[in-house]
Design a protein around this ligand. Sequence first.
Ligand code: 2M8
Length: 448
Amino acid sequence: MSVTTRTRLALRDRAAAVLRANDAGTWTKASPHLYPHQWSWDSAFNAIGWAHLDAGRALTELEGLFAAQWATGMVPHIVFRAGPDEPYFPGPDWWDCEISPAAPAGPLRTTGICQPPVHALALQRIWQLTPPSRRPEIRARIRVLYPRLVGWHRYLATQRDPEQSGLVTVYHPWEGTDNSPRWDQALARIKAPDPGPYTRVDNRQLTDLSQRPTDWDYDRYLYLVRLLRECRYDDAEIHRGYPFQIKDVFFSAVLVAANAALLDLAEVAGADDGHRRDLARWRDRGRAGLARRFDAASSLCSDYDVRTREPIRLRTFAAFAPLFARTADPGQRAAQLRRLDDEDFCGHPRLRWHLLPSTSPAEPAFEPRNYWRGPVWPVIDWLLWRALGQSGDSGRAARIRRDSLDQIAAAGEFAEYFEPFTGQPLGSPQQSWTAAVTLDWLAADPAD
Ligand code: 2M8
């Protein structure tokens, strides 16, 4: 056995141990201390990890999350499940989602916003990895869950896109990439951001505050929650006057990929014609919406601020949304791939590994240790790896997988994110979703 193979087997055991350590039975803590509840897109990635250990447990993860689905179809960004001895702020009382008639009935308590819909990708992966002996049971459970996922996508394609632009409107930085510079201008515009008194607990878990959002950010995050509460989390009301509404091209690209994944599962799930038609329409509309946000001069895709009607032109990972969505336009695809390889992104000479950083080192807002403002996030690179592999770009996909595994192995930790120039592990040290995508990468080519 080569050393490489031995190292990789050990990495697999350690990744599985992280998932098991964070396993609360029917759901997985996003991380042991910093994030002790069930997060939505974390859960989807975690289900992909579980699929390598136990297909039934993987499906349980998604079933538990969808038990908290709102009547609107929205899957909430957090289901609060940890006990009072595991503090997290803001908790369910701050959100007070019970003021919405669409929130799930007690005792389940959730937040009132959502995160990128990775769940269909997880469902597809679970099915691919289900051993023949378990297929009847898993298929039956997929058939029950599938319409709930269609309902979730319907919510995003309608309530979050009343303009039918193909692009999802996000309401809050917590809908995925918290302190990304993509939100800076919209947050700076918000007046009188007094959320009332509060005490952060994230900075008790992680003492190096330079890796986390600032108090300025938190004031605005919490103030926005207050405004959402005042709208009773009603989408129509939010669209009327709420100040933070952004067409998020990354979120929209994940929805395109998720619609394609559900279509791929249609036979397995016994999907009816109506569902198939809707999914295909949302997928195509999403790709067309992203194509319209593509700027030929920069070869990048930009978010769009609905309130100011202005594009948000920044060099971040989100600018590659057409690649994440597997664009059907060969010209845009070729231009994006050239850009991906250039010095602003994966070809930057100081990068430890050729992995897409959350924000380009060439961007003035870049901070190499600060959360979504520069570090490399394995889950983002997993999404890019998957999209490139499915588009037939096996060379680039293989490089992302190899560099990602090397990054994690060298760090010796399943870190939440990594410093792009040194590879230093940052954030939470036992982040479930990092362990989960590691399991998937390792299985992609076990002989390597
Ligand atoms: C981060 O966000 C939470 C709030 O949702 C936080 O900072 O407390 C983000 O990275 C988010 O995308 C992720 O789902 C969550 C849990 O890993 O942590």
